[in-house]
Design a binder for this molecule. Structure first.
Ligand SMILES: Nc1nc2c(c(=O)[nH]1)N[C@H]1C(S)=C(S)[C@@H](COP(=O)(O)O)O[C@H]1N2
Ligand SMILES: [Mo]
Length: 519
């Protein structure tokens, strides 16, 4: 009696549909950077776990905390799907049309995901606080809810029919359409992916594909990370583009692309990092930018007394601002070349801001208008809760070895990565090979500029079989240690130490050919 529900078809079709919908959710996370609920929630949970690692055991456990939490929430999600299926079956046994049940399930699930789960995961209503954007979340949740709803209602309808339960007169027509539903929705998802690739807003590439190698000091254009709020980015033709400056200026002016190219230019290396980059994340790249100092344009137009912020408006209705004082510094530039090439479309062609020391968010792309204003200006991401000052928080990242890698005993392995402190420089990087108990100095390369990341490395030759956590930490130019406490990206940028787990083993060719014993 009590556990009767496990024998009911609604429960099973619910489980099945939830597994299907979860698979689609994970695929969309990969394809669209859409929120994956179990991942989002487990990230949130593990971000609030204790930070300090008490030696190896806890370090190893911490690496497993996320997968364990992820699996647990995944199972919970599938069970909820089963229970919802049970409810759907009961409703349908009362003769409610499958269409209505389908509509109710899709609407209900969509709202549940957008209004409850994403806020719980720390991304806000329909993921408004994530850089992937609201449209992404709304569409992907619709597809996920559609897959679940269609699968569960079709299953129950056919099963009730077989039992001879009178369902709905329109059943036959429903089945005909509904069987097309799941493949149709998956096709829509792939179409969306195709459009997305046109917008070139994709998962960033790893800084290096080859274990044992440092990433290039300057990131090649094809692998430079890209982020934008848009599903489809603007494509600007320089012939009908003009850069305007108005607002609190003596004289409003306009500049063509050629006007900008004729001005005196500067070239500088500056690293870009997205404020949403998590500890150890890949949303960081280093570029060599050529352009005109923003100061040049501001001085030509003449900035009036009392200006506080300089706002930058863009072709995609994006805007952000920097304080006037910052805007007047020599190294804040309106860039039109990246690594010597015309700025690629996805990086803001024809003109983007490069503002050392501050997160990527403020490096406005596709600029159309500069506006000095007499008050603090609230930009696109600040309206969604992100920091306005947004100084880069010092970070270090282990690029090699890879997570969960096995290193050979008695052979040197390169431990290496990058460290970045905005425009404050890096004076020192330390590595821990024992989960944070002891630290050694890494070799730090000379920085290419004051606002460039540095590459660091350490050669480690393990001499015994072990499993350990490797950590890195960086010191700023003036000796300040990076913030070790874990803090999520919203609102100021993430903090905490990057940590990977590796083990060591005897190299294959160290094994004696005859009896497999260690030599
Ligand atoms: N016009 C415009 N500029 C923008 C954005 C945007 O959505 N629209 N995104 C910002 C964000 S959040 C980041 S991290 C950087 C990324 O620059 P990149 O794509 O060249 O790496 O661009 C910034 N400039
Ligand atoms: Mo960003």
């Amino acid at each position: 009696m009590t556990f009767d529900f496990v024998r009911r078809p609604g429960f099973y079709f619910g489980l099945l549909a939830a597994v299907l919908a979860t698979a689609v959710m994970i695929a969309l996370g990969d394809l669209w950077r859409a929120p994956v609920v179990p991942q989002m929630i487990s990230d949130r949970i593990t971000a609030t776990l204790p930070v300090e690692t008490f030696g190896q055991i806890l370090a190893t456990f911490e690496a497993w905390a996320k997968p364990i939490a992820f699996a647990g929430i995944l199972i919970g999600q599938v069970l909820v799907g089963g229970l919802l299926g049970l409810v759907a079956e009961n409703v349908m046994r009362r003769g409610v049309s499958p269409w209505l049940v389908l509509l109710g399930l899709i609407g209900g699930l969509w709202l549940l995901l957008g209004l409850l789960m994403t806020p719980l995961g720390g991304l806000g209503v329909f993921a408004i606080d994530s850089t992937a954007g609201v449209t992404n979340a709304m569409l992907s949740f619709l597809i996920i809810a559609g897959v679940y709803g269609t699968a569960v209602v079709t299953g129950i309808t056919s099963s009730l029919e077989q039992d001879g339960v009178q369902v709905d007169p329109g059943r036959r027509r429903f089945m005909r359409w509904a069987t097309l539903g799941v493949p149709g929705l998956i096709a829509v998802a792939y179409l969306g992916r195709f459009m997305d690739s046109l917008a070139t807003r994709s998962q960033p590439q790893a800084l290096t594909d080859t274990e044992g190698e440092l990433p290039p000091a300057i990131t090649p254009i094809g692998t430079f990370y890209t982020v934008s709020k848009n599903t489809v980015d603007p494509t600007v033709h320089e012939s009908n583009w003009i850069l305007e400056i108005d607002g609190e200026v003596d004289e409003a002016m306009g500049f063509s692309y050629d006007d900008i190219l004729e001005m005196e230019s500067v070239t500088q290396v500056t690293t870009l990092e997205c404020i949403s980059n998590t500890v150890g994340g890949e949303y960081i790249s280093n570029g060599e930018w050529t352009g005109v100092p923003l100061k040049t344009i501001l001085e030509m137009a003449g900035v009036r007394e009392g200006v506080v912020d300089v706002a930058l408006h863009a072709e995609d209705d994006y805007s952000d601002s920097i304080p006037l004082e910052k805007a007047m510094s020599e190294d804040v530039i309106l860039a039109y070349l990246l690594n010597g090439e015309p700025l690629p479309d996805e990086h803001g062609y024809p003109l983007r801001l490069v503002v050392p020391g501050i997160y990527g968010m403020k490096h406005v792309k596709w600029i159309t208008r500069i506006e000095p204003v007499p008050e603090v200006y609230t930009g696109y991401w600040q309206e969604r809760g992100w920091s306005d000052e947004a100084p880069v928080l010092t970070m270090s990242k282990i690029v090699t070895p890879f997570q969960q890698s096995t290193l050979p005993i008695d052979r040197p392995s390169l431990i290496g990565g990058v460290a970045f402190a905005g425009d404050r420089g890096i004076s020192r990087v330390e590595v821990s090979l024992d989960g944070g108990q002891t630290w050694v100095d890494a070799d730090v390369e000379e920085a290419l500029s004051e606002s460039s990341w540095v590459r660091w490395s350490y050669e480690w030759t393990p001499d015994e079989e072990l499993s350990t956590a490797i950590l890195a930490r960086a010191y700023e130019g003036d000796g300040t240690l990076q913030i070790e406490d874990e803090q999520p990206a919203l609102p100021d940028g993430s903090t905490g130490l990057h940590e990977i787990v590796v083990s060591t083993d005897y190299a294959d060719d160290d094994l004696d050919e005859d009896d497999g014993s260690r030599v």
